[in-house]
Write a protein that binds this ligand. Structure first.
Ligand code: NZQ
Ligand code: ZN
Length: 389
């Protein structure tokens, strides 16, 4: 195991009706003028936005409201949010929604207190965010783990999807009511589960030796995702399955399971282009790419991939031919993605081979480093995209 630091200050309020405690939590964490941020309107339709407003009003906390965060959120709205927040004297960001809304709010939070262009933190000009307004979250989809993560992923005006990071971006609180996720369309529930699985896989495929504790934690989450996906596809209103998936989403990406080990993230970097080019969900893009990445990567450590196949998908270990175990495991992963009615090829989401050079250009535009278990060159990235067609 490698040396590490781990700072995870988020206060979790988990369970039924917890959104009604939002006002108390904002007060507890020092907010005196709030910006409520939301997405395309699901929180209006469900009545959640009204409940959150009422809980702020009950505590006499003034607020402004900014909606419109798109899936795979855009820099334009972050700029608008920064301007409004400065003008209104906002000192606390309250995203009510999914990863896109949360990340957009984190962009506003870091931009308000920075004199330069907020994008400096996304394009690598400033590598780590050290100052931001506090962010508290009301989560409506189990997926990205942004409710407790150090990251904010935003897409620029010229369509480059990039990540800003820093411990300061970990939300101060997260309200997590699994019932709120019951209104999700099946595609988003499945995409979220695939993203949670992917956050485990990016950590699982490591070159670091002797990481049994985090291996086993990751396996627990991945096995749970396979099981709970079945329950939720059959019964989207299953509270217990929703609860397990929601907490899994948090611990899969607050880095509890990733400390002390090298992590890969090459597939996430490849995915950025699928969601920007074809507007698929982040999770759907990951489900398409992971089999191809695994088929490319497994020869670097056949036994680790065989362990994944055996422990997560229950493939019997073939000691004489572990490669066969690996390939069966990859097939099982693909079958699992299909069982959630998600696509497994780039073609299915409208992609074409002639787009690959442009996707590779965007991926490497000002960002030379991708992957750790397998370092991705432009040629390898193009090959993996091609394998996933
Ligand atoms: O916008 P609304 O109307 O709310 O609808 C959303 C959106 O259309 C809908 N939705 C969310 N909760 C709902 C609901 N519909 C009905 N009922 C509910 N309870 O679902 C759609 C997707 O929402 P979005 O926020 O985009 O989903 P997700 O949480 O998967 O976020 C994806 C974004 O997060 C980034 C991804 O790249 C992508 O941009 N990521 C962020 C990370 C982080 N900050 O740590 C890490 C991840 O790896 C990821 O990169
Ligand atoms: Zn992800």
């Amino acid at each position: 195991m490698e040396n590490f630091t781990f700072y995870s200050p988020t206060y979790f309020q988990f369970g039924r009706d917890t959104e009604n405690m939002t006002g108390q939590l904002v007060k507890k964490f020092g907010g005196t003028k709030v910006m409520i941020h939301y997405g395309g309107g699901s929180v209006i339709r469900s009545g959640l936005l009204d409940r959150v407003k009422a809980s702020l009003e009950a505590e006499n906390i003034p607020y402004v409201v900014l909606g419109g965060a798109q899936p795979n959120p855009r820099a334009e709205l972050v700029r608008e949010g920064i301007e409004i927040a400065r003008k209104e004297g906002v000192d606390f960001l309250l995203p009510v929604g999914g990863g896109s809304t949360i990340d957009s709010a984190k962009g506003i939070a870091l931009g308000v207190v920075y004199d330069g262009d907020f994008w400096d933190f996304y394009d690598g000009t400033c590598p780590i965010v050290t100052k931001a307004l506090p962010v508290g979250v009301v989560l409506t989809i189990a997926a990205t783990g942004s409710e407790a993560s150090t990251d904010s992923v935003v897409t620029s005006e010229d369509n480059l999807k990039r990540c800003a990071e820093g411990d300061i971006l970990r939300p101060v609180f997260a309200v997590m009511n699994p019932e709120l996720t019951m209104t999700l369309p099946e595609y988003q529930t499945a995409s979220g589960i695939t993203d949670i699985m992917a956050h485990c896989m990016e950590r699982y495929f490591t070159k670091t030796k002797e990481v049994e504790i985090t291996d086993r934690l990751l396996e627990a989450i991945m096995i749970t995702m396979v099981k709970e996906s079945r329950r939720l596809i059959a019964d989207p209103k299953n509270y217990e399955a929703r609860a397990n998936v929601m907490w899994a989403g948090t611990i899969a990406h607050n880095n509890l399971t990733g400390v002390g080990r090298a992590q890969d993230w090459g597939t996430h970097h490849l995915e950025n282009q699928l969601s920007t080019f074809y507007k698929c969900s982040h999770g759907a893009g990951l489900g398409i790419l992971f089999p191809s990445w695994m088929r490319y990567a497994y020869k670097n450590d056949v036994l680790r991939f065989a362990q994944f196949a055996n422990r997560v998908f229950g493939v019997q270990m073939n000691f004489e031919n572990p490669e066969e175990t690996v390939l069966t495991g990859i097939e099982k992963y693909e079958e699992w993605i299909k069982s959630m009615h998600l696509p497994t090829t780039i073609t299915e989401i409208g992609g074409k081979e002639e787009d690959i050079p442009a996707m590779v250009d965007d991926m490497f535009n000002g960002a030379p480093n991708h992957g750790n278990f397998v370092k991705l060159t432009r040629e390898i990235a193009a090959e993996i995209y091609k394998m996933a067609l």
